[in-house]
Ligand binder design. Sequence first.
Ligand code: SF4
Length: 350
Amino acid sequence: MTQNEIYQDLKTKLHDVVPDVELRIKSELAFEINKLKVERNAVILGHNYMEPALFHSIPDYSGDSLELSRIASKTDKDIIVFCGVRFMAETAKILSPQKTVLIPAKKAGCSLADGITADDVRRLKAKYPGVPVVTYINTTAEVKAESDICCTSSNAVAVVQSLKSETVIFLPDEYLARNVARATRRHIIFPSLTGGEPETDTLLDKPIIGWKARCEVHEKFTLEDIQNIRKQFSDVVILSHPECSPEVVAASDFSGSTTEMIRHVQRTNAARYLLLTECSMGDNIMAANPEKNMLRLCSIRCPHMNEITLEDTLEALRQTRYVVEVPEEIRVRALRAVERMLEIIPSAAD
Ligand code: SF4
């Protein structure tokens, strides 16, 4: 595409979302990036939470993080540029050790991935010996390496149900653990919060041992938000991510991973939708489904995803920065945990 074609395409999709002057500047950057991408034999991955102008101009593939890493591992490209946060780029490296993986912003953390360390997992394993450890994909490579099996938000329930053990350690998202416990009729224990005392229905005899990390975006949605919207729009269909609190998930019409939410909007025909998720994802779904009526409750942009810009993506390709490395011994163990999940549930969206 020429620069003008990129601009026209962005204008068609994003005229309601991004000011025109910004679209012109961003189309120039996107043109430079796309040129360099070919010269460097690189593939660009764009997570659903990328800002709209980036999301709609430079990624070769866009979607959920694990799905993107799996696609990139099958390409013949030498370089993977991951427009997403660090744990996602690490997952790409775990699946593609022979490729150079770049992340445009050096830190690009995540409140979930940064909410637990490998030492924390080792301590839990010492406290509950022999109990299988299920780890959400939103974790560092070191934490994955300490786990028996990974899961995504779309397959967490199925992964827990597939394990023979009466007790399961589920890390690190408190709310996802609570939602999985509810769906699998287990009671939940948070040794990191309560010292190990059961805090809910102890008549359900299969415990899930959880951790205290939360997604700083999804934890902000409340039951009150849902009640207020329903008062104004009685026909609204509300979709929430399973990283939201159990109260919010229970009061929603649909709960699923980012990819599942996108599919739900595409496959159904409601009068209007409200997505309880990250702002940019809402904008990107709006742009991809202009015929659908999407309400905006957009005050929550992930600050870590927001670190990834077109400017830095251009510099990442120019300077081959920032290279993501995972020590081989950790990579191999982390890969095993990811592969175990894929053996049980071959298609996984986070
Ligand atoms: S949206 Fe939540 S889970 Fe995703 S990167 Fe941001 S803090 Fe982490």
